[in-house]
Design a protein around this ligand. Structure first.
Ligand code: NOJ
Ligand code: CA
Length: 616
C-alpha cells in the first residue's frame, strides 16, 4: 500500500509536477506576451513622444531678444555699453516676457566691424569687461530663467588674431593653411567680392609673402580655411569650451559661406546668372564642403548639448534653406533669410528704399517662407537687427502720429507668425532711425566704405546721405538704448560711442512703463499671448487670406479646433477686409479698439492690428 500509495503518490506527484510545470510555462508565456504587448505599446508611446519632442522644442516656443551690447547699457562712463551694464538691466529684460538673449559678439576684437572681427575667441573684448563679468552675467541670466545665445563668427577672424599673424609671417608657417592664399606669381586672383572694401575686392595683397589673402568682408577679416581639418577642430574645440561654460546656443554669422572651392575658378557673369541666380552671395553659400562641415560640427559639438543653433542664412534660398535645418540631416536648427529685409530696395543704389514698397510682395515672401518649413525644419521671423534700420522706420511709419500704432502693428506681426521671433532691443519702445545728416556721425565700416565708393566715383553724396535715413544704414539700428529722458537717455554718463536719438525725451523705458498704452506694454502683452496660446500662435497652421489686398495683411492661425484671424493694416490709409462667412469671436488683442465691422466688412484704422478668434 505504501508502495502503491507510494506509486500513486509518486504518480500523483509526477502528474502534479507536469501540471505545475505547464501552468508555470503557461503563466510565464502569458506574462511574456503581456510584457511584449505592453513593451510594444510603450515603444509606440516612445516613438510618439520622440516624434512630439522632435516637433516641440524650447527654442521654437521662445521669443529671442537681440542685444547689441555696445549700445545697451554703459556701467563705467566710457560711452560704450558693457557686460556689467547689461547685467544690471536683466530684470528689465526678463520683464519683457522673452526667453532667450542673443548677444552680438563680445570676444576680444580690434573692432573694425564692431566685434565681427575676433582676435581671441576665448576672451572678452576689453571695452565690454572681463571673463569674470561674463560668468556673473551668465549666472544672473540663468537665475532668471533666461538663456544666452552667443554669436559665432567663424567664416573669418581678425587680421590681429594670432593665427593670422603667424600665417602671414611666412609661406611655410604652420598656420599658413589656416587661411586662403593666392601667390602673386600666379597673377591676380579671380574676382571674389569683398564687402566693406572701397575697391569691392575680396582679395588683399600682402607684400610680406608676396601673396593675396581672401576676405569676404573687410581686409581686417581674413577668411578661415575650413578645408583644413585643423581649423575645423580648433573651432569645434572652442565651441565645446563655450558650451561647457553653459551658453545655450549660437547664432552663426554668415555660416553658409565657410566652405570654398579652393581652386578659385573664374566665375563669369554668365555662370553666375545661370547657376547662382546672378548673385554672389548664392555662389558664396554653395561651397562644396558646407554640409559635411556642419554635420561634423553637429557630431563633435552640437549633439552633445541641449542647445539651439541659428544660421544667418546669407546666400541661402527657399530651395537650399532646408538643407541646413532638416532635423534628419543633423546640421543646424533654424535659419534666417534675407528676402523680407531685401524687399523694396531700388536697384543700382546702395540700400535705397522705395517708399512705395509693395505689401502684396511682402506677404508673398513671408507666406512662401512659411511653407518652406510647414512640414519639417523650423524658420524664424524678424524685421530688424544690427544690420538693418529700425523696423518702425522701414516697415511702419515713424511720423509722430503713426509711430506707436505702427510699431504695435509690427510687433503683432512678429509675434503671431509661425517661426521663432527675433526681436531687436529698443523695438519694444518703437525706437526709430536716427537719420544722420552728415557722414561724420556714422561709425559703421559699411556706410563709410559705401560713401567713399560714391565719392571716388564722383556720385551724389547728398542723395546717399538722404537714402541712408530711411534705407539701410546699419547705425540707424545701433544707437544707444533709450532708458529715460535724461542726458544720453540714461545709457552713459560719458560721451556715447554713437549719438543718442533726440527723441529719447518721449521714447524711453521709464515713460513707457508708466503708460498702459505704450508700445512697450503692448509688446509684453504679445509675448504673454504667444505663451498662453502656443498651440495656435507658435505651432498652428498659417494661411494667408486676401493675398492681393494692397493695404492689409490678413491670415489665420489654427490648431486643435481653435482658429484666429490676424489683421494688420500696413498703411496710413488703414484698409478694409471682407469677412465673407467668417464669424468673429473673442478678441485676443487689438492695438486700437474697437474693431469696426459693418455689413461683413472690417474697416481698419491706419496701422490697426488685431487678433480675433473665429467661430467657424
Ligand atoms: C553679418 C553680421 O550680421 C554683420 O554685422 C557683419 O558685418 C558681417 N556678417 C561680417 O561678419
Ligand atoms: Ca562701458
Amino acid at each position: 500500500m505504501s508502495f502503491i500509495n507510494k506509486n500513486i503518490n509518486e504518480s500523483y506527484n509526477f502528474k502534479f509536477l507536469i501540471y505545475f510545470m505547464f501552468k508555470q510555462i503557461f503563466t510565464v508565456a502569458i506574462l511574456i506576451t503581456v510584457l511584449m504587448i505592453s513593451c510594444n505599446n510603450s515603444t509606440n508611446q516612445t516613438d510618439q513622444n520622440t516624434i512630439n519632442s522632435k516637433q516641440e522644442k524650447w527654442w521654437k516656443e521662445a521669443v529671442v531678444y537681440q542685444i547689441y551690447p555696445r549700445s545697451f547699457m554703459d556701467s563705467n562712463g566710457d560711452g560704450v555699453g558693457d557686460l556689467k551694464g547689461l547685467t544690471g538691466k536683466l530684470d528689465y529684460v526678463k520683464s519683457l516676457g522673452i526667453d532667450i538673449i542673443w548677444l552680438n559678439p563680445i570676444y576680444s576684437s580690434p573692432n573694425a566691424d564692431n566685434g565681427y572681427d575676433i582676435s581671441n575667441y576665448d576672451d572678452i573684448m576689453k571695452e565690454f569687461g572681463t571673463m569674470d563679468d561674463f560668468n556673473v552675467m551668465l549666472a544672473e541670466m540663468h537665475k532668471r530663467g533666461l538663456k544666452l545665445v552667443m554669436d559665432l563668427v567663424v567664416n573669418h577672424c581678425s587680421d590681429e588674431h594670432e593665427w593670422f599673424k603667424q600665417a602671414r609671417s611666412s609661406r611655410t608657417n604652420p598656420y599658413r593653411n589656416y587661411f586662403h592664399w593666392w601667390p602673386a606669381e600666379k597673377g591676380k586672383p579671380p574676382f571674389r567680392p569683398g564687402s566693406f572694401e572701397v575697391d569691392g575686392s575680396g582679395w588683399r595683397f600682402d607684400s610680406l609673402t608676396n601673396s593675396y589673402y581672401l576676405h569676404y568682408f573687410s581686409y581686417k577679416q581674413p577668411d578661415l580655411n575650413w578645408e583644413n581639418p585643423k581649423v575645423r577642430s580648433e573651432i569645434f574645440a572652442m565651441m565645446n569650451r563655450w558650451f561647457k561654460k553653459g551658453v545655450d546656443g549660437f547664432r552663426m554669422d554668415v555660416i553658409p559661406f565657410i566652405a570654398k572651392d579652393t581652386t578659385f575658378p573664374v566665375i563669369t557673369q554668365k555662370e553666375l546668372d545661370k547657376k547662382y541666380e546672378g548673385r554672389w552671395d548664392v555662389y558664396m553659400a554653395s561651397g562644396p564642403g558646407l554640409h559635411q562641415y556642419l554635420r561634423e560640427m553637429n557630431e563633435q559639438v552640437l549633439s552633445k548639448y541641449d542647445v539651439m543653433t541659428l544660421a544667418e542664412g546669407a546666400g541661402t534660398t527657399k530651395s537650399t534653406a532646408m538643407l541646413l535645418v532638416d532635423p534628419e540631416r543633423k546640421e543646424l536648427d533654424m535659419s534666417y533669410h534675407f528676402d523680407g529685409v531685401s524687399l523694396g530696395y531700388v536697384p543700382g543704389y546702395f540700400k535705397k528704399m522705395n517708399p512705395n514698397w509693395n505689401l502684396v510682395d511682402f506677404k508673398k515672401i513671408y507666406s512662401d517662407w512659411d511653407s518652406v518649413f510647414a512640414e519639417k525644419g523650423w524658420g524664424t521671423i524678424y524685421l530688424g537687427n544690427h544690420d538693418q534700420p529700425r523696423m518702425v522706420s522701414r516697415w511702419g511709419n515713424d511720423a509722430p502720429e503713426y509711430r506707436e500704432a505702427s510699431s504695435k502693428m509690427l510687433t503683432t506681426f512678429l509675434l503671431s507668425m509661425r517661426g521663432t521671433p527675433f526681436y531687436y532691443y529698443g523695438d519694444e519702445l518703437g525706437m526709430t532711425n536716427i537719420k544722420f545728416d552728415k557722414i561724420e556721425d556714422y561709425r559703421d565700416i559699411e556706410t563709410l566704405a559705401e560713401y567713399a565708393k560714391i565719392k571716388n566715383a564722383g556720385g551724389d553724396l547728398k542723395q546717399f546721405i538722404e537714402d541712408q535715413k530711411t534705407g539701410g544704414a546699419r547705425d540707424n539700428g545701433r544707437t544707444p538704448m533709450q532708458w529715460n529722458a535724461e542726458a544720453n537717455a540714461g545709457f552713459t554718463t560719458g560721451i556715447p560711442w554713437l549719438k543718442v536719438n533726440e527723441n529719447k525725451s518721449e521714447i524711453n523705458v521709464e515713460a513707457e512703463e508708466k503708460n498702459d498704452n505704450s508700445p512697450l506694454k503692448y509688446f509684453k502683452k504679445m509675448t504673454g499671448l504667444r505663451k498662453d496660446h502656443k498651440d495656435v500662435l507658435v505651432y498652428g497652421k498659417y494661411t494667408l487670406l486676401d493675398k492681393d489686398n494692397p493695404d492689409v495683411y490678413a491670415y489665420t492661425r489654427e490648431a486643435n479646433g481653435k482658429k484666429v484671424l490676424v489683421l494688420l493694416s500696413f498703411r496710413k490709409n488703414g484698409g478694409s477686409f471682407q469677412l465673407d462667412k467668417m464669424q468673429l469671436g473673442e478678441e485676443w488683442i487689438n492695438n486700437m479698439q474697437p474693431l469696426q465691422v459693418k455689413e461683413n466688412i472690417i474697416s481698419l484704422k491706419p496701422y490697426q492690428a488685431c487678433i480675433v478668434e473665429l467661430k467657424n
